[in-house]
Design a protein around this ligand. Sequence first.
Ligand code: NZQ
Ligand code: ZN
Length: 390
Amino acid sequence: MQNFDFHNPTRIAFGQGRIADLATLVPANARVLILVGGASAEKTGTLAEVRQALGARSHATFSGIEPNPHYETCLRAVEQVRAHGADFLLAVGGGSVIDAAKFIAAAALYTEGDPWTLVEQRGRTIERALPFGSVLTLPATGSEMNSGSVITHHGQGFKRAFSSPHCYPQFSVLDPTKTYTLPLKQLANGVVDAFVHTTEQYLTYPVGGGVQDRFAEGLLMELLEVGPRIVAAPEQPDYTDRANMVWAATWAINGMIGSGVPQDWATHMIGHELTALYGIDHGRTLALVLPSLLHERRVPKRAKLLQYATRVWGLGEAAGDEEARITAAIERTRAFFESLGVPTRLSAYGLGAEAVDAVVANLEAHGMTALGEHRDLDAAAARRILTAAL
Ligand code: NZQ
Ligand code: ZN
């Protein structure tokens, strides 16, 4: 196992009815700016619940944070933070709203120039941020318990990830019943996103991280179990299944399974370009890339792919020779995504060879040509992966 630091300061308030706890989680004298996305928080009644729990605290609301939050929108929120004199942010929504809160929290205290530099420098230059909490309404990104954020520079047409130890939520309220209003598509996207977060930190090469591996395998197996049930009956939600999905998505990317082990993230970097170019939902881009990427990388990932085949899919020695078991595990992964209604082929979105050219050109333009746990997944490999996904 490699050396690591692990520190996660986010308090989790988990369970039905926990929004009421905002009454004590938010500092009593805070001036709060609530951040929301489009109409969902208002329509579902979550926003009203949040406002009630805030009681007599001064609060205002900024709405209009779009999926794949735009830098330009975040800047308008920063203006409102200053106009309201807010000293505490409360994100109510999915990954996009929570990610936006992280950037807004840092940008609100940054007066030295263009705040895009905070993102451009991948968060390394963030020295402080406003405190913030979140109320999660969409289990997928894990943003509720990590320090990462992905912001889209709409003007320049690309997505960029940053992270900073100053950008952990102070707390996150995880009420599984808040997922009951999610449309089928977002539920399926969430299962795929959490699954791929786990594989990005698990399907690399062995370093003796037995605890991290078993934890990752447990998360994958839980998602394989509850994902299909959740997607089969989006309108008859089962509390236990939703609770396990929420908790799996949080642990898939809160730092624990990635501590002391190599990390890949190439699927995410290629996926971000697909979202920026074609507006495909984040989770759906991952399903397009991962199966082909695993085939392409089957040599460097061989030992972990075999472990995955055996422990997650039950494809032991009786299931064939090593090559056959690796192929079967990858194809079962593809079939799992497809069974959730999430396509694994670019053609499902009407995209062809021109999209391969465009994504590879953008990866090159954005310096994304040394990806993967060995930093050797270059533009030519990305081209082969995308071509195999046509
Ligand atoms: O905007 P509203 O009206 O609120 O509707 C949202 C949005 O349209 C809707 N929604 C959310 N909760 C709902 C609901 N609809 C009904 N009932 C509810 N309870 O769902 C739609 C999608 O929301 P969004 O927040 O965009 O989705 P998600 O949570 O998948 O977040 C995606 C963003 O997170 C980034 C992605 O790149 C993308 O920008 N990621 C962040 C990560 C992190 N911070 O660690 C890691 C991830 O890999 C990912 O890159
Ligand atoms: Zn993701």
